[in-house]
Write a protein that binds this ligand. Structure first.
Ligand SMILES: Cc1cc2nc3c(=O)[nH]c(=O)nc-3n(C[C@H](O)[C@H](O)[C@H](O)COP(=O)(O)OP(=O)(O)OC[C@H]3O[C@@H](n4cnc5c(N)ncnc54)[C@H](O)[C@@H]3O)c2cc1C
Length: 433
């Protein structure tokens, strides 16, 4: 049985800890905050509760697999429900499309409503990623990968110079389809000119497997995993900051923390590796992707009927998420803003015909800097800076023997499904006790 220290109690750290404990290891999880969950937690105020970060996920199989491989199946502990509409996009020309998840036919119908013929264009684009998905799944997402020995078909994708911006310009004449296809990356703070084209595979995942949420807030997933730490007898040190690794003869020996030194045979870094100087030297050529400006709103009175997520294109680009918990007769919304935010986000929202300024009874604002400081790094993970970025991240292994990397800053990247897969890769690489 190895002594494992997991650094970071966000989704990546929680998922790694419960998997490794189930594999028979003696696991201690170190979290700098007083509570667990990282971005996968609630923000609360005045009787309202909002998802601080994620409010839906792709690839629900990743969560199902996590629950099955760490104890009880997810159905016994958590309700995962598909979103009929993944998100609505409203464009500057005042047209809009509600993108359904999990159905090719429904997507054809939705895009045809935007303009006849666009449905086929859209699903052809999505279908062009089906081979990419199989290759990525086999070689990169589901088995620990060795960046120095990558199968040919995977290398052809990962090393391709083609960027998403160029692919979308070539594929779509209609700018609105480009906006829809590029949105997931713009929302995560990336420039499409630096995002590899193969990442467009997320549109395939949306269509094939849908987008899913947890009624009562996605953060319930974080709380449920925190409970599972107890069942799996993981020792949890909250309010404890990991400051570095102790490395002896090229192998990890301990983690230094504000509560003293913790001996370790294995360490899982589930935070931005820049936080641990011994690892920071290995990721000098990466930069974090920055979260959006966030405003959580408690609203009362007459409100427009919006889907789970609404994207208002333009500059600034606004995203409205409506799934928060609110007292009777009220609603809890979250606004994300990116771009030219020269005025209050509610005023910018009013310019789109959604004027809720008189309805606000509670409000919590978070700047990107607040969020990064609070979570000791960006939950958006590593900024795409072209094809090289995929090899500049750590994970599942690292150059230090005994040290593994999970979470948004590790392979295979940010977003709940990929963070969940990163923990599965670490568990595979470490193996049973
Ligand atoms: C506003 C926003 C909206 C999002 N929406 C979605 C969405 O809808 N769907 C989706 O799939 N993804 C979404 N994401 C991304 C998703 O939240 C992240 O990919 C995921 O939660 C990252 O998990 P993590 O464990 O890697 O990092 P984090 O959640 O950042 O957790 C890191 C944890 O480590 C702790 N920590 C940091 N440094 C140290 C240290 N030195 N010692 C001890 N502890 C430390 C932090 O306190 C934190 O708890 C969103 C992110 C944001 C910010």
């Amino acid at each position: 049985m190895a002594r494992v220290v997991v650094v970071g109690g966000g989704f990546g750290g929680l998922a790694s800890a419960v998997r490794l404990a189930k594999l028979g290891h003696d696991v201690t999880l170190v979290e700098q905050a007083a509570t667990l969950g990282g971005a996968l937690s609630f923000e609360t105020g005045d009787g309202f509760a909002w998802d601080a970060g994620p409010s839906w996920t792709l690839l629900p199989a990743v969560i199902r697999d996590l629950f099955r491989k760490s104890g009880r199946p997810v159905e016994r502990e958590l309700e995962l429900v598909p979103l009929e509409v993944v998100r609505e996009h409203r464009f500057e020309d005042e047209t809009s499309v509600r993108v359904p998840g999990g159905s090719r036919a429904a997507q054809i119908a939705a895009f045809d409503e935007l303009d006849p013929g666009l449905g086929q264009h859209w699903v052809d684009h999505v279908a062009s990623f089906s081979d990419d998905w199989e290759v990525l799944r086999r070689g990169y997402l589901e088995h620990p990968w060795d960046p120095d020995s990558v199968p040919k078909d995977l290398a052809a994708r990962l090393d391709s110079r083609e960027v998403l911006h160029k692919r979308l310009r070539r594929t779509f004449k209609d700018e609105r389809l480009r906006l829809v296809a590029g949105h997931p990356f713009v929302a995560e703070g990336h420039d499409l000119r630096n995002v590899p084209a193969w990442l467009g595979v997320t549109a395939y995942l949306e269509q094939r497997f849908g987008a899913w949420t947890v009624p009562g807030g996605m953060a319930t997933l974080g709380a449920t995993l925190a409970e599972r730490l107890v069942t799996r007898k993981v020792s949890v040190l909250t309010s404890t900051h990991a400051t570095d690794l102790v490395v002896r003869e090229g192998r990890v020996a301990a983690v230094t923390t504000t509560a003293g030194e913790l001996d370790a045979d294995i360490v899982v870094c589930a935070v931005d590796p820049r936080r641990l100087p011994q690892l920071a030297v290995h990721v000098q050529r990466t930069m974090p992707a920055i979260p959006p400006v966030v405003s959580h709103l408690g609203l009362e009175g007459e409100l427009p009927d919006l889907p789970h997520e609404l994207v208002l294109h333009g500059d600034p680009m606004l995203v409205v998420r409506t799934g928060g918990l609110a007292p009777e007769g009220c609603q809890a919304w979250t606004l994300h803003g990116r771009g030219r935010l020269a005025e209050d986000m509610l005023r910018a929202l009013a310019r789109h015909g959604i004027d809720v300024r008189q309805n606000v009874v509670a409000r919590v604002d978070r700047s990107p800097r607040d969020l990064v400081e609070r979570w000791g790094g960006s939950p958006m993970g590593v900024l795409w800076q072209g094809r090289a970025t995929v090899r500049r991240r750590l994970g599942p292994t690292t150059p230090i023997t005994g040290v593994y990397a999970a979470g948004a800053h590790a392979t295979p990247g940010a977003g709940l499904p990929f963070v969940g897969l990163s923990a599965a890769l670490v568990a595979q690489a470490v193996g049973p006790a």
